[in-house]
Write a protein that binds this ligand. Structure first.
Ligand code: ZN
Length: 310
């Protein structure tokens, strides 16, 4: 069994409009844009990262805004809901704020003993704010949302699957422990994690497969401390029969990817070197950063990208 996974690192989704996406995450939800770069495989598209002050692993929501891409169709084989932790007692603040800003599909609920507020993002993607007691992570307050209510990072994510057995087995191999089941949802928790510790598996045997598009989660990344541990994890996964990519340099972390039995694309990402590798923490995310191989084309690339609000 793998012992080096520390919870989530980041979650990456697709959007149809970069400006709207940027405004939603930095203004409506009050996260910090910690990096403005491009998709390393398609430099005509932004890669935008939102998180806490430093972009600490376990807080980082990232997007590829492909202009005018068709909206995805929700279904099985994907991450169906991205879940953020907020302080206990903060949901009434959030309900009022999201209502005032015209956020759609607000729905209050309780699951696994915690109150939560579900809502949709600009491309119909599903989110929940979940009240957490005693989450010690320090929220970013630079966007004007106060410390007692601001988002502290991910609490986790929910997957929808036809059959949860193979994914459950994989999560347990990755170090997760099976916790309670409520209805069709079984919870898995990583011990000693970074705060983004929960994966919920929802079994929906009759629902059609998802079709990826705007609003879909592209992949979900799990955190390991460093490159040595990543190589150990890669070997353990390959010894178990998973087809894992070679290690890829993403400038702010090192990444490996593999497709899981339920259809969800997993990444294992390193906590090193971090988002301050090429910018001061005080100025993260302000200017367009490019990987070295695209620097010669900066002028063309910048000309093709929609300018974003600071
Ligand atoms: Zn990723």
């Amino acid at each position: 069994m793998i012992k080096d996974i520390k919870g989530l690192h980041h979650i990456t989704s697709m959007a149809s409009n970069a400006r709207r996406n940027n405004t939603f995450f930095t203004d409506t939800l009050g996260l910090r844009r910690v990096k403005k770069t491009v998709n390393f495989d398609d430099p005509n598209v932004y890669h935008l990262y939102y998180g806490d002050e430093a972009g600490t692993p376990g807080t980082v929501m990232t997007y590829f805004p492909f202009a005018d891409v068709m909206r995805g169709r929700p279904g099985i084989g994907e991450v169906s809901e991205t879940q953020f932790a907020v302080p206990k007692g903060s949901l009434s603040f959030w309900h009022e704020r999201l209502t005032a800003q015209g956020v759609s599909n607000l729905q209050i609920g309780t699951a696994f003993g915690a109150d939560r507020l579900h809502f949709s993002g600009p491309d119909g993607e599903r989110f929940a704010l979940i009240e957490a007691d005693g989450d010690a992570r320090k929220a970013w307050t630079g966007a004007g949302i106060a410390d007692g209510v601001a988002i502290q990072g991910f609490s986790g994510a929910k997957f929808r699957l036809h059959d949860t057995a193979a994914t459950a087995e994989l999560l347990e191999f990755m170090g997760y422990q099976r916790a309670e089941t409520e209805g069709d949802v079984t919870r898995f928790v990583i011990p000693g994690g970074n705060g983004a510790d929960v994966i919920d598996l929802e079994a929906l045997p009759k629902t059609p497969f998802a079709r990826q598009g705007a609003g879909s989660v592209h992949h979900i990344a799990f955190a390991v401390e460093n490159r040595a541990k990543q190589l150990d994890v890669r070997k353990a996964l390959m010894d178990t029969g998973y087809q894992v990519t070679p290690v890829i340099d993403r400038d702010y972390f090192w990444a490996i990817y593999f497709r899981t039995p339920g259809g969800v694309l997993f990444e294992i990402a390193t906590n090193e070197p971090g988002f301050d590798r090429d910018e001061d923490t005080a100025h993260l995310g302000e200017i367009l950063k490019l990987p070295a191989r695209f620097e010669p084309y900066r002028a063309q690339i910048e000309a093709g990208l929609t300018p974003l609000a600071a």
